[in-house]
Design a protein around this ligand. Structure first.
Ligand code: IMP
Ligand code: MG
Length: 184
């Protein structure tokens, strides 16, 4: 991948807006209502997987009305070929014990499904009261492990996307919309 050298180059690689700010905001309002009705007044712990989900987390947490705490974790998974080993390396863990919490995992995108599958396997060993997964984006055509979120806000085709938290080589996370990235 060629490095981005200037503003023009940076902007030229934003190929096409796929999901606008308004469309994201509308779906997040609906997701907040979905969470409220699912938990029905019970307190929850929203857990965001860094870094990609930080923007989504910031908006989603403000769309829920049930009592809600937030937590962050950062993880990397290791694979042999296309097979998940189930070994997930937590580079930054949650700052509390999740026993007794209803966990809602907040993810940016589910692609092969391996990272999230490993994180969930790990979190379940810690005995939360319950666990559900909300993802902003889903690329089901790329799945390598059988994994389905409880709520997916947008299903997208097999394209590399940037913006609203998602990066390409750490750039574009601050775009307010989701766009297709122009590969060379
Ligand atoms: P997987 O589901 O284990 O394959 O990993 C998903 C992770 O890969 C996401 O959390 C993203 O960080 C990254 N990823 C997958 N597809 C994209 C994309 O289209 N744009 C940016 N990051 C992506
Ligand atoms: Mg991610």
């Amino acid at each position: 991948m060629k490095a981005i050298v200037n503003q023009e180059d940076y902007e030229n690689r934003i190929k096409k807006i796929l999901i606008t700010e308004e469309e994201i905001a509308e779906r997040i309002r609906e997701a907040g209502k979905w969470i409220d009705s699912l938990y029905d007044g019970r307190p929850i712990l929203l857990v965001s997987i860094l870094k990609g989900a930080f923007v989504f987390m910031a908006d989603l947490c403000r769309a829920v009305s049930v009592p809600c705490e937030i937590g962050f974790m950062c993880a990397k998974s290791y694979y042999e070929g296309t097979c998940s080993t189930g070994v997930v390396n937590i580079t930054m863990d949650l700052d509390r014990d999740v026993t007794g919490y209803h966990l809602v995992i907040v993810e940016d995108i589910i692609d092969t499904g391996r990272t999230l599958n490993d994180i969930i396997t790990l979190l379940k060993t810690r005995d939360p009261l319950s666990l559900s997964v909300v993802t902003l984006l889903d690329k089901p055509s790329r799945r390598l492990v059988d994994f389905k979120a409880d709520l997916s806000l947008f299903t997208i085709p097999d394209l590399f996307v940037i913006g609203y938290g998602l990066d390409c080589a750490e750039l574009y996370r601050n775009l307010p919309y989701i766009a297709e990235y122009a590969e060379e």
